[in-house]
Design a protein around this ligand. Structure first.
Ligand SMILES: [Zn+2]
Length: 334
């Protein structure tokens, strides 16, 4: 009996030891591997955090750059931009995730992607070409040129224009001043801008000005003028455009009409000038050679004391320029 009891106790002890060993062996290696796992998870999450914070810095950097340049970007461009941003983020993540970058090209790649993302919007905005024609010049040229390609009808190459009855300023001076202001405003908004003339002492015909615009690949041709009338009471602004029946540019009538409408409405909104509406004209040499949507704005009447004085005022001129630029923005859908 005593022996049997001893055997039983020994067996129980053995079983207990076995159970304890099983429990310990189940816990111990598992514990170690779990702790290892936790540690490696911690390392990973730190790396991920670093990557994420790197990403955030990059994102906000790109974002502010993007925002500054955003006005007017279309859907397609913004998608391209985001794609480049995504690529550069991926590269950053890889670099941080693997510690020091082993591959210098990974870093270089990321940098060049970032630059690309920054450059894309500016490039796309400067893709819109505006040609501005400051009407007239210091001396008119009464030699003639055909009113349209191949036309038997001819008109003076370029006339002298009108003059402010109150200020004494010549129309060619006002249009030159305004061309500079509108160019600056449009350039600031990202357009590529050319002027048909840079000074008053030139001799460039109306047909030659339109052909200059064509040679620059203009997306819009904007002619600047001011009106004159026998009555000093006449005042206000208007824009001119070719009709659908125009033998040379009838196909550009609809686009030119909406450009004319956008420019006139924005100009009048910005300046408070009286809105005299749109005038259809097919006898304008400066239109008939043009190959892009076109408009001619008559800023106001230089023969009206109020219009004349306003148009000679520098801060009023800034509003005139902003108004024209707003109209161009509207036309190009920004
Ligand atoms: Zn004029």
């Amino acid at each position: 009996m005593k022996k049997k009891k001893k055997i039983l106790i020994a067996a129980a002890l053995t079983v207990t030891a076995l159970v304890v060993w099983i429990i310990i062996s189940a816990l111990l290696p598992g514990g170690v591997s779990n702790r290892k796992g936790r540690e490696s998870a911690k390392v990973k999450s730190e790396a991920a955090e670093n990557a994420a914070s790197g990403k955030d810095v990059k994102k906000s950097g790109n974002k502010s750059g993007k925002d500054a340049k955003r006005s007017g970007k279309d859907e397609k461009e913004s998608k391209t931009d985001e794609k480049s941003q995504e690529n550069s983020e991926k590269k950053t993540e890889n670099k941080v995730g693997t510690g020091e970058s082993q591959d210098p090209s990974a870093n270089a790649g990321s940098t060049s992607n970032t630059q690309q993302a920054d450059q894309t919007p500016a490039q796309s905005k400067s893709g819109i070409v505006i040609v501005i024609d400051p009407g007239h010049q210091s001396r008119g040229d009464s030699n003639t040129e055909p009113v349209g390609p191949g036309s038997g009808k001819a008109k003076a190459r370029v006339t002298g224009g009108t003059r402010g009855t109150t200020t004494g300023i010549y129309e060619y001076q006002l249009t030159m001043t305004m061309a500079g202001k509108i160019r600056d405003e449009l350039t600031r908004r990202g357009y590529t801008v050319y002027l048909t003339r840079e000074s008053n002492d030139v001799n460039i015909s109306n047909a030659e000005r339109a052909e200059f615009s064509n040679s620059k690949g203009a997306d819009a041709y904007i002619r600047l003028h001011a009106n004159g009338a026998g009555s000093s009471a006449a005042n206000g602004a208007m824009t001119l455009y070719p009709t659908p029946n125009n033998a040379w540019v009838g196909n550009l009538s609809a686009a030119s009409k909406s450009l004319s409408l956008d420019v006139l409405n924005s100009y009048c909104a910005a300046t408070g000038m009286r809105n005299l509406g749109l005038q259809p004209r097919d006898d304008m040499t400066g239109f008939n050679y043009c190959k892009s949507p076109m408009t001619l704005i008559e800023f106001g009447f230089m023969t009206n004391p109020s219009d004349d004085s306003n148009m000679a005022n520098a801060s009023f001129q800034n509003r005139m320029a902003a108004g024209v630029a707003d109209g161009i923005d509207t036309y190009f859908g920004r």
